[in-house]
Design a protein around this ligand. Structure first.
Ligand code: ATP
Ligand code: MG
Length: 462
């Protein structure tokens, strides 16, 4: 036993024993300590609560009938302090009904007196296993929620960290937000993250792609209509703004909204009410507006293609998503994330990615940004072989970059100077041409004299 009275080899599990019967307490404490648990004693309910407040226990074992505070009250009060408190009741014969009552109050189980020692030990073990399981579940749940909250956004690069900080700052503000960024940079993902990390998370998230809906339908799609408003309107339609009531409406590709509709949208934003087609009254709506564009709206405003007043309304806060080529630090993380995402769909084991494939991915321009990367990895995982994703598993435009990409990434990683790189490259080319200088000069695009001079300068052995 150590100085604090605890067995140094104690099993994980601190147990509090509560009983006014000191002999019974002694019996239980010996039993539990012998079995390796850390156990402490309280002789009445109040001191049990005091001890519990000081340090929480994994399990409390209490007698049901005690003079000052009955076991049932103790169960209730323990659970007020700690809603997950586990309590095992010990009860004399004939009080089963109160035991049932205690179970209702939240006790984990009860054991009747006289009991077998094993009976207590089995219940203690079960209780602690249940507690562990519950904690594990809770941990997983928080993890999943954390993922959900940000819909899992990969981003360690300074640029993405700034974006995520802004998301955290603005998610609870009522202000409209404009998200700009090239195609596939994650605008919709960010919009969903803003919605689901704010106070409207419980409300609907309604997305509409303004470019995908024909101009003549967009208005009724957004604002709804009443039956008979036009020939095909056989019944009322709510429209997306009213569907988003209490939540968020995400206007994707807002730049494609026709000018006429832009002014109607502006009015809705100003008055916070919509008037469905054919209705003679407006209705209040409370929807937060997020919009996204892969074209710079400001430029469209300047060229008269987008209303300036609407632009100011939508753009109270602006988030700009950097293109993937400006955050290549995130590429390895994204690759891992996408491999993990797609690997469960195939029977093969995928362990990661080969160096030259990674190099090719890191140096590519990514015009389609993260979506393009996601598709490349999906394809490699689905069509490739087991083990590591190789260069040959990537789309053709990436395979073509193969070897030079490795040199480039190494150069970048090691911060090589131009001279280092030139020396390295000349050496490699010469080796590849089996020492044939005419051939090497041709590949390097210089004349033989220049090559000789460089070989001399860099002291490259032929
Ligand atoms: N940081 C990120 N972490 C993980 N996945 C991401 C990230 N950014 C984007 N994605 C994924 O990439 C894909 C494209 O993202 P999203 O649809 O949000 O892009 P977008 O900017 O709206 O594209 P578009 O302009 O083409 O509409 C989605 O599958 C999304 O989940
Ligand atoms: Mg999108």
């Amino acid at each position: 036993m150590s100085a604090d009275g605890r067995n140094p080899e104690a099993k994980p599990g601190r147990i509090l024993i509560v009983d006014d019967d000191r002999a019974m307490c002694q019996l239980l404490i010996d039993l539990l300590r012998d079995d390796g648990y850390a156990a402490e004693v309280a002789y009445d309910g109040e001191s049990a609560l005091d001890q519990y407040r000081a340090v929480s226990f994994d399990l409390t074992i209490t007698d049901l009938m005690m003079p000052k505070m009955r076991g049932i009250e103790l169960v209730q009060r323990l659970r007020e302090i700690d809603s997950g408190a586990l309590v095992l009741l010990i009860t004399a014969f004939g009080t089963i009904e109160s035991a049932v009552e205690a179970m209702r109050a939240g006790a984990f189980h009860y054991v009747t007196k006289p009991f077998h020692n094993d009976e207590i030990l089995i219940q203690v073990k079960r209780a602690l296993e249940q507690k562990n399981l519950r904690e594990e579940l809770q941990r997983l749940r928080t993890e999943v929620q954390a993922r959900d909250r940000f819909c899992y956004i990969v981003g360690q690069s300074p640029a993405m960290r700034r974006v995520l900080e802004t998301v955290a700052q603005v998610s609870d503000l009522p202000a409209n937000i404009l998200i700009e960024g090239e195609s596939g940079t994650g605008k919709e993902l960010i919009a969903r993250a803003i919605h689901s990390s704010g106070s409207r998370a419980g409300g609907p998230f309604v997305a509409i792609n303004c470019a995908a809906i024909p101009e003549n339908l967009l208005e009724s799609e957004l604002f709804g209509y009443v039956r008979g408003a036009f020939t095909d309107a056989r019944r009322d339609r709510l429209g997306l703004f009213r569907e988003a009531h209490g939540g968020t409406i995400f206007l994707d590709e807002i730049s494609e909204m026709p000018l006429g509709l832009q002014s109607k949208l502006l009015r809705v934003l100003e008055d916070k009410e919509v008037r469905p087609l054919g209705a003679n009254q407006s209705e209040k709506v409370d929807a937060r507006v997020l919009s996204a564009s892969n074209r710079h709206l400001e430029e469209l405003v300047r060229s008269g293609r987008f209303r300036q007043d609407l632009y100011y309304r939508l753009n109270v806060i602006r988030i700009e998503l950097p293109p993937l080529r400006q955050r290549s630090e995130d590429i390895p993380l994204l690759i891992k994330y996408f491999i993990d995402k797609f690997a469960p769909a195939v029977a093969r084991r995928i362990d990661g990615i080969r160096e030259e494939a990674l190099a090719a991915l890191k140096t590519y321009e990514w015009p389609g940004n993260i979506r393009e990367l996601e598709h490349a990895i999906e394809r490699a995982v689905l069509l490739g072989k087991a083990g590591l994703v190789g260069l040959e598993d990537l789309p053709p435009q990436l395979i073509a970059r193969g070897g030079s990409a490795v040199v480039l990434t190494q150069a970048l990683d090691n911060r090589l100077t131009l001279r280092d790189l030139e020396r390295e490259y000349i050496g490699k080319v010469l080796a590849n041409s089996n020492g044939n200088k005419t051939e090497a000069a041709r590949v390097l695009g210089v004349d033989r004299t220049t090559l000789y001079r460089k070989l001399e300068e860099y002291k490259i052995k032929e």
